[in-house]
Design a protein around this ligand. Structure first.
Ligand code: PPS
Length: 253
């Protein structure tokens, strides 16, 4: 990995971008008081996190589109552990939605004794590595990925943010969580988005009318999200994320 001293910090062996994580934000994460009604979306990077930052707030609002039209995706469902979360967490109302790429064993200690629910999304790693590669090209706070072959070697070796895909997926296949965790795939969301929204709603004990389910699914389609400047990262300065190099919402398939 190139330039890692400048761009990354290390946390329990994982490299994290310094732009988003600091020692203080990770301390905040470790001592975070998880509530029983908190909801965590856990993903390996590039597996559908932003998509869930659209879906989850809309389920919690009962299909009212206001949250996704007025708040940035990371304000609706912040990245617990990142600097930004320390600023917005106090503004969230229960049930609080969070996203995280952390492996199971690094979750805050209060998570394990809580009843907080988890939605774990996996995506075919062949698509993850492609998405990750283009993300490295457009995000100036990540190292230059080199050629696709070089980046694939780093990905397979786990020399990327949040380590090896296989370790992440295995860490969350954890029987201790019982019915607190719902496993979903990016691919099933692509195949039947309305059905996926309904499944998540049922898991969270939220009843959405047929009309609300359709509205949420419509709003969370790739082409709709691509137009939503609160979700497509187009408001981030190009010197940090350059959507002209590769759009954050790139292909979505
Ligand atoms: S990150 O950086 O970890 O938060 O990235 P993440 O949001 O997990 O993953 C980004 C990829 O998810 C795609 N995406 C979608 N696909 C289909 N439908 C919808 N609505 C959607 N929203 C986000 C996004 O386009 C990235 O995948 P690629 O393959 O690069 O297009």
């Amino acid at each position: 990995m190139m330039d890692q001293g400048n761009l990354y910090m290390f946390y329990h062996g994982f490299c994290l971008p310094k732009l988003a994580y600091t020692v203080a934000s990770l301390k905040h994460f470790e001592s975070f008081q998880v509530q029983d009604d908190d909801i965590f979306v856990i993903t390996y990077p590039k597996s559908g996190t932003t998509w869930m930052q659209e879906i989850l707030p809309l389920i919690l609002s009962g299909g009212d589109l206001t949250p996704v039209l007025t708040l940035e995706c990371y304000e609706r469902a912040p990245w617990l552990g990142a600097v930004h979360a320390t600023k917005v967490v106090g503004k969230l109302s229960a049930p609080r939605p969070f996203v995280s790429h952390m492996p199971y064993h690094l979750m805050p200690s209060t998570f394990f004794s809580s009843k907080a629910k988890v939605i774990y999304i996996t995506r075919n790693p062949k698509d993850v590595v492609v998405s990750y590669y283009y993300f490295h090209k457009m995000a100036s706070y990540l190292h230059n990925p080199g050629t696709f072959e070089e980046f694939t070697d780093s990905f397979l070796a786990g020399n990327v943010m949040f380590g090896k895909w296989t370790d992440h997926v295995k860490s969350w296949k954890n029987p201790d969580l019982g019915d607190r965790i719902l496993y979903m795939t990016y691919e099933e969301m692509i195949q039947d988005l309305r059905g996926a929204v309904e499944r998540i709603s049922c898991f969270l004990d939220r009843q959405l009318s047929e009309e609300a389910l359709k509205r949420v699914a419509e709003q969370c389609q790739f082409k709709t999200m691509k137009q939503n400047n609160k979700s497509n990262y187009s408001l981030v300065a190009p010197k940090i994320m350059d959507n002209s190099v590769s759009p954050f919402l790139r292909k979505g398939r």
